[in-house]
Design a protein around this ligand. Structure first.
Ligand code: GTP
Ligand code: MG
Length: 230
């Protein structure tokens, strides 16, 4: 059995899964979980110290799913605490703040931290990732647009959601799709399901789109030197 396959009592009945949250400090990880589990929002920032743990039950099709949620602190200070919790995970909620470009740029470093902790035998392909572009209610400060976030997520085979823990927008949809994908993964022998999106890109397509978006002029866009012949 794969290392991060969940513990199953009776096939087709109950299932126990482990989910973690990841992303920079203050992006809204705890608030997203709180919004879903407690239907409320706290505007005061209360940094997670190390890890917060909670258990919840959800129903997916004919299965009762017991979800163990490990909400991680994003502050670099808690690196060693986080490293105790990456293994045996079936789902990751990977969050950035659409008004903080740094938090979007940091997503690769978060994947690298997890990969490093899982070691050479850890398999990230068996994990469902839900990327949350959070704080979409703060429209004035938005600096990472939907296409950029979606491109990053879908080129990696991750789910992508626009969310606001404050208004609740996108939160239920995110959790429902996330849990269904985890159950599909378990029923699919541990292989991540194909995303349903029409806008999925291969890595090569995503790299090309990224290069075009970041090009400084038409020459750069075509990947040629200024003055190049036809
Ligand atoms: P760490 O535990 O330090 O890693 O932070 P975190 O990612 O858990 O952030 P947390 O959920 O504590 O939220 C940080 C701050 O952002 C708080 O002041 C929240 O009220 C605020 N916040 C979270 N989500 C949203 C959102 O969707 N919209 C707005 N406007 N504020 C949000
Ligand atoms: Mg937190």
């Amino acid at each position: 059995m794969e290392a991060n396959m969940p513990k199953r009592k009776e096939p087709g009945k109950s299932l126990r899964i482990k989910v973690i949250s990841m992303g920079n400090a203050e992006v809204g990880k705890s608030c997203i979980i709180k919004r879903y589990c407690e239907k409320r929002f706290v505007s005061k920032y209360l940094a997670t110290i190390g890890i917060d743990y909670g258990v919840t039950k959800v129903q997916v099709r004919d299965r009762e799913i017991k979800v163990n949620i490990f909400d991680m602190a994003g502050h670099p200070f808690f690196y060693e605490v986080r490293n105790e919790f990456y293994k045996d995970t079936q789902g990751v909620i990977l969050v950035y703040d659409v008004g903080q470009k740094d938090s979007f740029d940091a997503l690769d470093a978060w994947l690298a931290e997890m990969k490093q902790d899982l070691g050479p035998h850890g398999n990230m392909e068996n994990i469902v990732f839900a990327v949350c572009a959070n704080k979409i209610d703060c429209t004035k400060h938005r600096c990472v647009d939907e296409s950029e976030g979606r491109l990053w997520a879908e080129s990696k085979g991750f789910l992508y959601f626009e969310t606001s823990a404050q208004t609740g927008e996108g939160i239920n949809e995110m959790f429902q799709t996330f849990y269904v994908s985890i159950v599909d993964l378990c029923e699919n022998g541990g292989k991540r399901p194909i995303t349903n999106s029409n806008a999925s890109f291969t890595k090569e397509q995503a790299d090309t789109i990224r290069r075009i978006r970041n090009s400084k002029d038409s020459w750069d866009m075509l990947g040629v030197k200024p003055g190049a012949s036809r």
